[in-house]
Ligand binder design. Structure first.
Ligand code: NAD
Length: 486
């Protein structure tokens, strides 16, 4: 049984004053697995004050070299904890251990490396190109940052925010998901080591633990200047309303229902196998999952037959078992939600071609869902419109290119969109018309440091690379004073 009852303030572990507990359940066995402390307003205040002192006592003006050296030290400290991080992620969210090692941990460390590279390339002081060095723009840290993260990519989401805040010059208070706090505790250990190694002030990083009540208290704290949130659209909306009371800057990375357009000139086998993998990986629990497959009428029947056949080859199994199978949903709540929406798909009249309600054959406990494919899904159905956050693919035919684009954009969300075509001109034309923050063509991965984020109900702002760093900085215009080494 795990008891997560220590928070990190000013570089040291301390006990929270909040007496609340969030009970944890092992997603693979449904057995109780411990609890995590729920910090109260006093703990939030304690952490925010530590960050504020650090900012006011000099970190606001810390030289770039000091900020980059802290991030480099963090990467080194996390590298030493690779195995522990993979074990924690696998244990707390049920991610199969090989996936946790090769994708979850790698993704987090890659983001930190990309942020370091981006920070090396940009200048926080830019002379005006035509009016000379006395006319300049400075990028300065916004202030104390609240980082609130979800559970589905526990290291990745903390890394995207923390690396950018460090190099931007913002001290932080991190409030991770109550379901993935063990990963965050390892990050806090690494930050304590990194602060010592780089001689950064210890209050640059502070960790509190807890649920939504802790997160809400953090957002409402008057000494928070910027909130960077990743999570559900409903909570993002509450955060935007709360932050607006004192005009806090917000970055919101929210939900998605991303389309994957298959045109008649695509490589169908590759498109279907990559499309399924992109929808099902991490047990379907990725904000940018390609969960709505839209297929040109000419190839629709072949696409459905192939998807049904390939979906049946996806295996489900326990987190500790090596291999590339899918693990369980993270919690009972998520399992019930996924099961409920699969049943809704059946009652709404979609054609079930693989998987379906209930656990996979031979599995009686654990929050395991069956990899599921529905064909003939109409745009009015709930399974077409709602983020399911489970291994469930919907397939819908379209007649013309314009019809496909209209179906792709017929959603409240706008995080990612995928398209598969053999025609480069069409790839460009359709990419421009898709209403989403990130477009990926023919299975291309996002380039290192490319901006991550969405439009509409998928959020506000961008993370990663230069864009992620600027999200934690304000812009100051200086006229009549050239930069000097201070
Ligand atoms: P969630 O919104 O329930 O929780 C996210 C975090 O917010 C947790 O730390 C939680 O404790 C905290 N929280 C809850 N209520 C709060 C409140 N009122 N005020 C402040 N904080 C509060 O989301 P989740 O279930 O942890 O994660 C799944 C969701 O995250 C999905 O919708 C998914 O699409 C989204 N997500 C988005 C991205 C992206 O980059 N766009 C990435 C990953 C996940």
């Amino acid at each position: 049984m795990r008891k997560l009852n220590a928070i990190s303030i000013d570089g040291a572990w301390t006990s929270p004053s909040g007496r609340g507990r969030f009970e944890l359940t092992n997603p693979a066995t449904e057995a109780p697995s411990g609890w995590v402390a729920v910090c109260d307003e006093t703990d939030v205040d304690h952490a925010v004050r530590a960050a504020r002192r650090t900012f006011d006592n000099g970190w606001a003006h810390a030289p770039k070299a000091a900020r980059l050296s802290l991030l480099a030290a963090l990467i080194e400290a996390l590298e030493l904890r690779r195995a522990a991080l993979a074990d924690a992620i696998s244990d707390e969210i049920g991610a199969p251990i090989d996936f946790a090692r090769s994708r979850q941990v790698d993704a987090g460390l890659d983001h930190l490396q990309e942020t370091l590279r981006a920070a090396e390339q940009i200048d926080d002081d830019q002379a005006h190109p035509t009016d000379g060095p006395a006319h300049r723009v400075r990028f300065e840290p916004v202030g104390v940052a609240a980082l609130i993260t979800p559970w589905n990519w526990p290291l990745n989401q903390v890394a995207l925010k923390l690396g950018a805040a460090i190099v931007a010059g913002c001290p932080v208070v991190l409030k991770p998901s109550e379901l993935s706090s063990r990963t965050a505790v390892l990050v806090a250990e690494a930050m304590q080591d990194a602060e010592r190694a780089s001689q950064a002030p210890p209050g640059v990083f502070n960790l509190i633990l807890g649920d939504g009540s802790t997160g809400a208290a953090l957002v409402a704290h008057p000494d928070i200047d910027v909130v960077s949130f990743t999570g559900s659209t409903d909570v993002g909306r509450q955060i935007a309303v709360s932050a607006a009371q004192s005009f806090k800057r917000v970055t919101l990375e929210l939900g998605g229902k991303s389309p994957n357009l298959l045109f008649e000139d695509c490589d169908l086998e590759t498109a279907i196998s990559q499309g399924l993998a992109h929808c099902f990986r991490n047990a379907g629990q990725s904000c940018n999952a390609a969960s709505r497959m839209l297929v040109a009428r000419e190839i629709y029947d072949d696409a459905v037959a192939l998807a049904a056949q390939l979906a049946d080859t996806f295996k489900v199994g326990p987190p500790e078992q090596p291999g590339d199978h899918l693990g369980p949903q993270v919690s009972h709540t998520q399992f019930e939600r996924v099961q409920g929406l699969i049943e809704t798909g059946v009652t709404e009249g979609a054609r079930l071609v693989s998987g379906g309600p209930g656990r996979p054959d031979g599995i009686t406990t654990g929050f395991y869902s069956r990899p599921t494919v529905f064909a003939d899904v109409a745009s009015k159905m709930r399974i077409f419109r709602e983020e399911i956050f489970g291994p469930v693919l919907t397939m819908t035919p379209f007649e013309t290119e314009e019809d496909g684009i209209a179906l792709a954009n017929d959603t409240d969300y706008g995080l990612a969109a995928y398209l598969q075509t053999g025609d480069p001109a069409r790839a460009d034309r359709v990419s421009r018309k898709l209403n989403a923050g990130m477009i990926q063509v023919n299975g291309s991965s996002r380039a290192p440091g490319a901006p991550f984020g969405g439009v509409k109900a998928s959020g506000v702002g961008r993370e990663a690379g230069i864009w992620g760093i600027r999200a934690f900085q304000d812009i100051k215009s200086i006229s009549g004073a050239a930069a000097h080494d201070l």
